[in-house]
Design a protein around this ligand. Sequence first.
Ligand code: SF4
Length: 227
Amino acid sequence: MRRAPPTAAAFLPSTLTLPTLRNAAASCTGCDLYKNATQTVFGEEPARATLLLVGEQPGDQEDVAGHPFVGPAGRVLDKALKEAGIARNQVYVTNAVKHFKWEPQGKRRKHKKPSAAEVAACRPWLEAEIQVLAPRAVLCLGVTAAQSVFGKSVRLHELRGRRLNTPMTQAVLVTTHPSAILRGPDPAQREEDYRRFIEDLRRTAEYLHQPPAGEMLHKPTYPSRQR
Ligand code: SF4
């Protein structure tokens, strides 16, 4: 008999608010990633953010601290948000996968990309975060985040620079992950990647500054929505 795919769905609370979601996610065992991680790293407020940023998964420092984007990639993100005129404290920051996946490399814990099954397993948390917050826009940082939001495999270069809607939310933009900028092979490439990242953030800020059209394209999939 085939095993059912892993999923966090059974761990969602009956009433969806950011605190109930965060509490419930702390004991999620919906896939195997909780086994080797220190803790669940859930998204962080403000609860009335108009922009929700989705990364891939917590890194080594985030896993220990219990907060998203506090390591080197977070510092790039903070600097870029500031340059693009977006206040970090007005942005809800989360990850497609809430536990740190890693493999040993000497004494280090080396980041390991989550599988498609693990991204799909963790997707109910992201879907619930988006439903509760109902942000005006979701910005995917990297292909794993986009894969979770679109619910299928995607190619970053095909989505970058466009504004799309999905069943999950009405305005989705896609850019690179700040850690990909840090991994650039040389300073010139890193500078170019950072410049394009700022461009994408500015495009997102421009959209947020437009008056809302008032449309709500996606139907809520969960019964209650409270902040
Ligand atoms: S990665 Fe997501 S689905 Fe897997 S155990 Fe952690 S919170 Fe649950």
